[in-house]
Design a protein around this ligand. Sequence first.
Ligand SMILES: C[S@@+](CC[C@H](N)C(=O)[O-])C[C@H]1O[C@@H](n2cnc3c(N)ncnc32)[C@H](O)[C@@H]1O
Length: 239
Amino acid sequence: MIDCPEIRKTYEKMFDVFYRQFHDYNKAWDYMIDFITVDNCPPMLEQMDHKFEWYFEDEEFASKIKDVYDLQLLKSDRHDYLGDLYVDNQSQLTKSFKGQYLTPDNVIEAIVQMTVGETENEVNILDPCVGTGRFLIIANKYAPNANLFGVDIDLRALRIAFANCALHNISARFLHANSLKHETDISRPEGIYNWQYANRWDSCWDELKLMSTSTPSVEDANGLKVSEKVAQLKLESFG
Ligand SMILES: C[S@@+](CC[C@H](N)C(=O)[O-])C[C@H]1O[C@@H](n2cnc3c(N)ncnc32)[C@H](O)[C@@H]1O
């Protein structure tokens, strides 16, 4: 579903500028997502494997990006345009989960209304197959104080989810993991342990603990309530 054709067009033009520069779909896509992320959440620069020398040392390229990057327009609508573009470009990208299909906004709206509903409470919401983050972005509209958790095996999709949240100033935690294999339940110590690796730009897959078989408890081994543990996990909001 495309809500605003100008925004979709802006992302397409941006991708075109990156592609013409790098002549490589993977590099163009990854650098574009890095660019949007760091522009909207500067501390993430620390985690990038480059320092944007390709941007700062090439004035012509930088000015082409500036010409098409209309941040105010991109911020004006929370629809996941980046996810739509990602799905459309998937066949060109290697190391991405193939066959991505993202849920239309109206279906997500209906599911969120039926499950979370409108609430000011600090509930915890986990999307175990978060893709590019659209479920959590819509959940944030209905439950603005919710703690948002997203897991996916597709690192590139997860980075898009992060970029989307940075763009719209939504605080969320994203973890590169297999929801069927790694523990993500925050009522278990292994789950709490794994979430320390949330929002790492590069994967910490090999550090993660596997699912436990112990009975979940509202208190962890240190006697801390889950709500207190979540508070410890809290991130500064993007900005
Ligand atoms: C159909 S998409 C849905 C994405 C998003 N929740 C939405 O509704 O738009 C499914 C997602 O699940 C992810 N996925 C598939 N198996 C997974 C697993 N075992 N653990 C975590 N993520 C998984 C895929 O990478 C993909 O991003």
